[in-house]
Write a protein that binds this ligand. Structure first.
Ligand code: ADP
Length: 253
């Protein structure tokens, strides 16, 4: 007979392990789904805003009234999804399974920038992708998780930029690695805060003033994902001048 190890609650270690895996899978699905929903809702928000701003012609009072209701409802939905993301991320996520496949990083960056085009336009921010001159080799990564890394860095650059700011995204080969950078000219990070920036739940004071919504989990998760790829993440920043985040990922594994 198979010997089954028991935990304090009487469940077998294998059962607990299986439950942990199920919880992780659930948490990951919620996170990916919620991110996608939020991106779509943000695109809708931008389109409604264009109508409300009169960019597409003058509206009748009735049209404006209805669109304003749609705008407010959409905004509530965005906040709700953000809350779901917050709670989901806060759950204790144990070791997640990583599935590595060859991807085209340039394409992934382009798609992520496109997904945020509504949000950035709405905030008067321009995202410029400095595409490499040569074709980059395909990189072996967990696609869904690297997408979360790109989304977090670009979303932060947008959130912490000033109005009319420019964001530069670049990617290049550096020795055996692919190096991605996201540079903004936003609020920056003070010297005192720099050491704490990757800590779970940490948010700087100026970030909290600028953006009430935020969890302080994005960078913690991002660092975890990058390190699980045997990569590195670091940043350079000056308060009130801007921040550049760098991610370096090994090309092959
Ligand atoms: P959130 O953005 O939800 O607060 P993150 O974990 O993504 O959480 O980031 C943690 C903190 O790091 C932010 O609250 C902010 O203080 C700081 N931060 C991250 N990215 C930037 C940036 N591009 N510019 C300035 N501060 C940043």
């Amino acid at each position: 007979m198979l010997f089954r190890r028991k935990t304090k609650t009487g469940d077998s270690v294998e059962e607990v392990e299986k439950l942990k895996q199920l919880l992780n899978a659930k948490s990951e699905m919620v996170s990916i789904g919620a991110h996608q929903v939020r991106t779509s809702l943000s695109a809708i928000k931008w389109i409604i805003k264009m109508f409300l701003d009169g960019d597409l012609g003058k509206l009748t009072a009735e049209q404006e009234n209805l669109l304003r209701k749609a705008y407010d409802g959409n905004d509530k939905a965005i906040n709700l999804v953000s809350e779901i993301l917050l709670v989901n991320k806060s759950e204790e996520v144990v070791e997640k399974k990583y599935v590595f496949e060859k991807v085209n990083i340039v394409e992934m960056i382009e798609n992520t920038i496109f997904d945020f085009s509504g949000e950035s336009l709405w905030r008067g921010i321009e995202i410029i992708f400095l595409k490499p001159q040569t074709v980059l080799p395909e990189t072996k990564v967990d696609k869904e998780k690297i997408l979360v890394v790109l989304q977090n860095l670009i979303e932060n650059a947008i959130k912490y930029s000033k109005y009319h700011g420019k964001i530069f995204v670049s990617v290049k080969i550096e020795k055996e690695n692919i190096e991605i950078s996201v540079k903004d000219a936003g609020i920056g990070i003070s010297e005192d805060s720099k050491i704490k920036i990757f800590e779970k739940f940490y948010r700087t004071e100026n970030a909290q003033k600028k953006e009430a919504m935020g969890s302080g989990i994005g960078l913690y998760t991002t660092k975890d994902i990058v390190e699980k790829h045997r990569g590195k993440i670091w940043f350079e920043s000056k308060e009130n001048e801007g921040t550049t985040f760098f991610v370096s990922l090994p090309i092959s594994r």
